[in-house]
Design a protein around this ligand. Sequence first.
Ligand SMILES: O=c1ccn([C@@H]2O[C@H](COP(=O)(O)O)[C@@H](O)[C@H]2O)c(=O)[nH]1
Length: 240
Amino acid sequence: MNTSERIIVPLDVPDEDSAIALINKLEQVTFFKVGLELFTSTGPKILDLLKSRQKRIFLDLKFHDIPNTVAGACRSATRYGVDLLTIHATCGTDALKAAAEAVQEEAAKVNIKPPKLIAITLLTSISSRQLAFDLKIPLELPEYALAMALMAEETGLDGAVCSPQEVAQLRQTCKDDFLLVCPGVRPTWADKGDQKRSLTPAQAIASGADYLVIGRPITAAADPQLAWQRICEELINVSG
Ligand SMILES: O=c1ccn([C@@H]2O[C@H](COP(=O)(O)O)[C@@H](O)[C@H]2O)c(=O)[nH]1
């Protein structure tokens, strides 16, 4: 996989027309993320459109519910034939196990490749202070993120979503093939916005991330294609 294929661009836009406009501006991008905003607006037809253009798809619906419900949601999402799918680790072990089994069973039933099911460890918009004072979690943030990732690994998930600040620790501790996907990535020239635990794309890759989710630095740029290219060049300069 070349470095540009490691960048996943989220289509965080309100409707299908805006998504198509963005996809057209980013012809060279191979991997797009469809999240809550766009999927709630368009439903699965946006996934068909991306597939018709041979794009890879990260369906980031961040399931968070009881075991029976997340298993059902995972079965439905599996039938879309997407590449990556998310669930919150805080659903707990029973729900994570049920979700992982549901994905495998449904993919076998309809004879398609299962999506990689990955767990959100701790949203990248949460700071250490918020973890302690808002969520009342009495652990250091890296320790908590690692615990969530290990729970996901032990329950049979394929990987985790983590901030670039924790990815080195997760890379060292988790199995080599445990997929690590990092949002909250910011080039030095971009605004952090609501992201609290960011590093640059080059730092995130050097720390062991498999994929980077980079949205507004690209999608809100005056020229999204140019912004994407600038990030690709920064990554090539680091990885040689
Ligand atoms: O912990 C998480 C999990 C998911 N996201 C998603 O990634 C993108 C980031 O977009 P930016 O514009 O680069 O901030 C967005 O779609 C989030 O829903 C995340 O940021 N953090």
